[in-house]
Design a protein around this ligand. Structure first.
Ligand code: ZN
Length: 264
């Protein structure tokens, strides 16, 4: 029997996740487009600018993002590689604290303001218990990161997302493929192209083989999957995490419930 770590929840073979920055009021329309088509994602917010002109309010966050992740983008959007450790900690932890009071759950996801990070930033973020953070470096591929603190997106939405979606959906192999699209919702009115993301969402939604998830859900699931424990003969599999995971045994999905050992 061949056991492989190549399945998303319920045996789904690929994951799609959206990742939008800055928290302008155009997020309302964008979240609604995702909701109408069953897409899910993460909205990375600067808490220092919420409740201002052309921004979301704290009060509306839980309802607007009820199907999505509320995520850190720092309080005031500095380039983190250019500031002190102290400022990184304040910017991240104050953003977490303010967003958590609106979200009602621990906020552990992030994206980098101006795409700015380096090894020092990563080590500070680990101390802030940030689990994943998205960069702005497009890969035009569907790979999961080795380190979720340097999670490179597939592409920005202006970079041929409809063609990439066709390629993504054609691949029927179990390879934990992940399509991550990033951008800012204010770009749609600026470039008069709301129809682009509407068309993408319509075409991307409703696929039984795709897991529609937030950034942090994918990070948490894959982290749990990578931490699964095997007996030497691979007949016993233990899942020490708090998340149900699925492996495949001879290409068939097998659920390993949270905290349980399964004998194949
Ligand atoms: Zn930003």
């Amino acid at each position: 029997m061949r056991v492989m770590l190549n399945s998303y929840p319920y045996g789904k073979i690929r994951a799609l996740t959206m990742s939008y920055d800055d928290g302008t009021d155009n997020d309302r329309r964008l979240a609604k487009i995702f909701d109408d088509n069953g897409l899910r994602g993460s909205f990375h917010l600067n808490s220092g600018y919420l409740d201002n002109d052309n921004r979301l309010t704290f009060a509306e966050l839980p309802e607007t993002f009820r199907n999505h992740e509320i995520s850190v983008h720092t309080v005031t959007h500095p380039s983190l590689a250019l500031v002190s450790n102290e400022q990184i900690i304040r910017e991240v932890m104050d953003d977490r604290r303010k967003l958590e009071s609106a979200a009602g759950y621990p906020v552990r996801g992030m994206s980098y303001p101006n795409g700015s990070y380096d090894d020092r930033v990563l080590s500070v973020l680990r101390s802030c218990n940030i689990a994943c953070s998205r960069t702005t470096l497009s890969t035009h591929a569907f790979k999961l990161p080795a380190d979720f603190l340097a999670w490179h997106p597939t592409c920005h939405h202006r970079e041929g997302i409809l063609d990439l979606l066709d390629t993504f959906k054609k691949n029927e192999r179990r390879s934990l493929s992940c399509f991550l699209v990033w951008g800012h919702s204010y770009e749609f009115p600026r470039n008069d192209n709301w129809d682009l993301i509407e068309e993408f969402s319509k075409r991307a939604g409703g696929d039984d083989l795709t897991w529609y998830a937030t950034n942090i859900e994918i990070c948490d699931y894959v982290t749990a999957l990578r931490a699964v424990q095997f007996s030497v003969d691979e007949r016993m599999i233990h899942n020490p995490s708090g998340i149900d995971i699925w492996v495949t045994a001879d290409n068939e999905p097998v659920k390993i419930p949270a905290g349980k050992t399964v004998r194949l």
